[in-house]
Design a protein around this ligand. Structure first.
Ligand code: KG4
Ligand code: ZN
Length: 385
């Protein structure tokens, strides 16, 4: 073996090979299974989404009125092979030949669910000798707009509201991997409270789930104007913290004060749903303004606001936050970014995309990497393998 061949051989047979990926165009297979969607997608480092497969489990969970953990694990186990197979087929790419790396959601999320995606990713990566990256689910939600708004990306530092079934976070994003937490929920997440109120009102789920069902129910007609209900009082005024149990329990009390949901006239039902949605979004709006004030006091020049996570697909919320930023007392206007709704809810395109920042630096995980069902964004870089 010549010296050149030997050198090449040792490079290509060590983990350092992955460092070399950074110099070229990368095509990544992403896998996501942190909650109730089984997802696989292929995205490249130029921001092209080659495929984006999301297998929803709503039909499995609707009877339970929320995610049933064991059924979610079983559904991931039966769906994951087909999600990966379809993602490759739709992209018309070959795993061995065309894929440069495999990314998966390492956390946070439901441990049993995460393990299905993680095991699939690790096994494929090890068998095919592909580099591997475990991604933080909320970092991926925050960076989705860097994929969808290429050429017009938000500029760091920006404020981001990450609103999903598991989280309600207001963060200052300083770079792709540095996030300062400004506010989180003291109890329930905004998504969970949409889900629970939707269940209390006995709304039929849409194919996008209970939160979407509540939004659609409110938007159907304006008959709720005929019925007035007691307004929900906003919890934690002036504090950089959220409480969505407060919204949920007040809505429950409101339903009871009208004699329960059975037999309730539709206008009252809609008025209650509308009151909940208005108060829930008002709470976000207030904290966003507090976050902007927080930055201003510290001379942190923020011009861009990013809102992502499943609840960010709500169009009433989108309009309301836009109006609120327009009213914010400032010399300059703010840009407000939302991913398109299909990339607000869980998907693997965001996982593949978020991983490109690490793959491009040759910063990959060992095949023995473990999941982190609880994983604080401030510890993003703390559990390297
Ligand atoms: O980000 P995501 O898909 O999963 C988690 O990481 O949790 O968010 C799911 C949450 C659920 O609570 C769902 O009901 C809520 O997002 N959601 C909505 C809407 N679409 C989804 N909430 C309010 N309005 C919507 N249109
Ligand atoms: Zn999510």
């Amino acid at each position: 073996m010549s010296v050149v061949t030997l050198a090449r051989y040792s490079i290509f047979n060590s983990r350092r090979i992955f460092g070399y990926l950074g110099r070229r165009h990368l095509t990544i297979l992403g896998i996501e299974s942190s909650a109730d969607d089984t997802c696989a997608a292929i995205v490249d480092s130029d921001g092209k989404i080659h495929s984006n497969v999301v297998i929803k489990q709503h039909d499995v969970h609707e009877v339970y009125g929320g995610i049933n953990p064991l059924s979610a694990i079983h559904s991931h186990q039966s769906n994951m092979p087909f999600a990966v197979k379809r993602a490759l087929k739709e992209a018309n790419l070959d795993l061995k030949r065309d894929i440069d790396g495999i990314a998966f959601t390492r956390g946070p999320g439901m441990a049993g669910c995460l393990s299905v995606g993680m095991d699939a990713a690790k096994t494929l990566a090890a068998a095919l000798e592909k580099p591997l990256v475990g991604v933080h689910h909320m970092q991926a939600h925050a960076l989705t707009v860097m994929l969808t708004e290429r050429g017009n990306e938000p500029k760091f530092p920006f404020l981001t509201l990450l609103i999903s079934g598991g989280h309600t976070l207001l963060l200052l994003a300083k770079s792709v991997n540095e996030f300062k937490l400004l506010a989180t929920t003291n109890d329930e997440s905004i998504g969970r409270s949409f889900d629970k109120v939707s269940k209390l009102l006995k709304l039929k789920w849409t194919n996008l789930g209970p939160g979407d069902a509540l939004e659609k129910f409110v938007a159907e007609t304006d008959d709720s104007a005929e019925s007035t209900v007691t307004p929900i009082t906003r919890p934690l005024p002036g504090q950089l913290a959220f409480s969505y149990s407060a919204h949920h329990s007040q809505t429950k009390a409101l339903i009871e004060s009208h004699g329960g949901v059975e037999g309730m006239d539709i206008a009252t039902k809609r008025a209650i749903a509308r009151e909940f949605q208005t108060a829930a979004v008002g709470h976000l709006e207030e904290k966003l303004v507090l976050g902007l004030n927080w930055c201003r006091k510290r001379d942190i020049h923020v011009r861009d606001v990013v809102v992502s996570g499943g609840v960010a697909s709500n169009s009433y919320l989108r309009e309301r936050l836009r109006r609120s930023l327009d009213k914010y007392n400032s010399d300059e206007s703010f840009r407000l970014f939302f991913p398109p709704p299909y990339l607000c809810t869980d998907n693997a395109a965001m996982i593949a995309w978020a991983s490109t920042y690490r793959f491009s630096k040759g910063d990959t995980d060992d095949y023995s990497v473990g999941l982190l069902s609880k994983w604080d964004l401030k510890d993003l870089n703390a559990y390297k393998t």
